[in-house]
Ligand binder design. Structure first.
Ligand code: AMP
Length: 356
């Protein structure tokens, strides 16, 4: 076992949203303090020791932040690479820069996955409209154009049903460098949440089935209704990815289930919304698992003791929280966000539906 971060040490978290909040609570349980770095509103700061409110490009603020931290992690992947370099001058960063850079850019990410021999949608870069004919020859139509960077919850995407729609679809991405992806005809979307420790140990949770509404995750159900062989396959794919990146921490791997097998959609180098079910389904949830991994603790084994349905509370859904809390077997998590807005993740519930 590598050196364990001693109790009382400070973990820096880049990003102050609900993922940072739940990480900070898990870190506190293991005896750590957290310092949040977040330029905007920070529900994580409500449960942390300190908060630096500064832009991700403010190198002086980043340096001062890093000085106060024994190690640094993130809950948000759109951090500029030069900022990471400044942090890493003084303080260990987990997951490392390579993991972040691989997942920040869809072209780098897809090339990395394909390079491991994993199945992905056919893809090609689209920098300008002149690239469209070649790209669509690779992907065929229907296809999806996606911005290479800064996409989330289905934003920065445009469907192309026929080649003559392609230019107009690309124009909606407002000149951002993009990739074209062939449309995958999937029967289900699943994800695997997996962790790798500083000593290289890997532990994965059971795959969950994800259902999206308006491009936003609505529910995750475990177990995903898959044959055992495919559940194992999903876990093996996640392990391959973690090992190839020499990764430290928790990662979310999103996959499509197709008649030809599993197709990797994307990876997130952080705790993931589709892993919230672990709070009610496992002895060690994804947040504690991430803190254990980065702080050099033994990992939880990922075993699931319950069947769970996680439901996000989006926008006004949050008003249902008291009624949901009255139902047996329902665990309520609210993120402490001051303002309710349509499409905003306000909380989630984990409903235990039976023993595993
Ligand atoms: P993403 O931001 O890449 O996770 O895409 C958001 C959602 O769009 C996914 O969860 C899928 O439902 C859908 N999607 C993304 N890429 C593809 C694809 N290549 N083929 C079919 N559906 C896709």
């Amino acid at each position: 076992m590598t050196d364990m971060l001693p109790p009382g040490a400070t973990i820096g978290i880049l990003g102050g949203g609900q993922l940072g909040r739940m990480l900070a609570m898990a870190a506190a349980r293991l005896g750590y303090r957290c310092h949040i770095y977040e330029p905007g509103a920070a529900p994580a700061a409500d449960v942390a020791h300190a908060w630096t409110k500064a832009p991700y490009e403010d190198l002086d603020a980043l340096r001062a932040f890093a000085q106060t931290c024994d190690l640094i992690t993130y809950e948000f992947e759109n951090i500029p690479a030069p900022s990471l370099d400044v942090l890493a001058e003084t303080t260990p960063l987990f997951p490392d820069r390579r993991a972040l850079e691989t997942s920040q850019d869809r072209l780098t990410e897809k090339s990395f996955l394909a390079g491991l021999g994993l199945a992905t949608a056919p893809f090609a870069p689209v920098d300008t409209a002149a690239d469209l004919p070649t790209a669509l020859a690779t992907t065929c139509t229907p296809a999806i154009l996606k911005t290479r960077r800064f996409g989330y919850d289905g934003k920065g995407q445009a469907r192309v049903m026929t080649p003559d729609e392609a230019e107009a679809a690309l124009a909606t991405l407002q000149g951002a460098p993009a990739i074209a992806e062939g449309f995958v005809r999937f029967s289900r979307e699943i994800s695997v949440i997996a962790a790798r420790g500083r000593d290289g140990t890997v532990a994965a949770y059971d795959p969950g089935e994800n259902v999206h509404r308006d491009g936003i995750l609505a529910t995750t159900t475990v177990p995903a209704p898959l044959p055992l062989l495919q559940r194992t396959d999903a876990v093996l794919i996640a392990s391959r990815i973690l090992n190839a990146l020499d990764y430290v921490g928790v990662m979310g791997v999103e996959l499509f289930v197709t008649p030809q097998g599993l197709v990797v959609n994307e990876i997130a180098p952080r705790v993931h919304n589709s892993g919230h079910w672990t709070q009610a389904g496992c002895a060690v949830d994804q947040f504690e698992q991430h803190i254990r991994a980065i702080a050099g603790w033994p990992l939880g084994n990922g075993e699931r003791h319950a069947n769970v349905v996680m439901e996000n509370l989006i926008g006004d859904d949050v008003t249902r929280a008291p009624a949901l809390a009255a139902e047996p077997g329902v665990q309520v998590h609210l993120y402490g966000k001051a303002e309710t807005r349509p499409g905003r993740k306000m909380g989630h519930v984990n409903r235990v539906t039976g023993p595993a």
